[in-house]
Write a protein that binds this ligand. Structure first.
Ligand code: FE2
Length: 173
């Protein structure tokens, strides 16, 4: 399943992600940002990979993973959108190509959330998000053509099917 990056690069990525203090630690998040900055700086490398696409939606492609972290390339078709969700683990991402719009939400109860902020994340953008606190978002490709992003999650891809903890329904603010 992990065949998209060369073994050497895959090993380097996993080595660079310093997980011994946990995948919410400052060192880990700084390392994840660095890995993402390196990957988004060479968009050709990611664009050339035989990535899976999903018409109208987003497709996840596992690039590297171990028992603490997993690195995915997401291909966003035009109009693709995630649910409104939070995470059970840290979630760092970088935009390789296109634009991914991110909307932030505030929970009003265990199942509903109101939008608070909206940002267009352009190619080159890198950010990290922690699971604790009010970190609820939705990501969408509202642009023309596809977008590609890389996501590094603090979860074992063999133990969890995704990074999503809770999904919410949007309500007006
Ligand atoms: Fe997310």
């Amino acid at each position: 399943m992990q065949g998209y990056l060369s073994e050497e690069r895959r090993g380097a990525v996993l080595r660079d992600l310093r997980t011994h203090e946990g995948t919410c630690s400052r060192d880990y998040l700084a390392a994840a940002r660095n890995v993402l900055r390196e990957l988004v700086a060479i968009p050709d490398l990611v664009q050339r990979l035989p990535l899976v696409r999903k018409p109208g939606g987003y497709a996840r492609n596992l690039l590297a993973g171990n028992d603490a972290v997993s690195v995915w390339a997401m291909v966003w078709a035009e109009g693709a959108t995630t649910s409104i969700h939070d995470h059970h683990c840290s979630c760092c991402f970088g935009v390789v190509s296109g634009t991914v719009s991110e909307t932030w939400y505030r929970a009003v109860d265990a199942a509903r959330a109101v939008p608070t902020e909206e940002h267009d994340r352009q190619a080159g953008y890198v950010a990290c998000m922690l699971p604790t606190g009010p970190n609820i978002h939705r990501m969408q490709n509202r642009g023309r053509g596809e977008a590609i992003s890389i996501h590094i999650y603090g979860f074992d891809h063999e133990a969890h099917s995704s990074s999503i903890e809770t999904e919410y329904t949007a309500v007006a603010g």
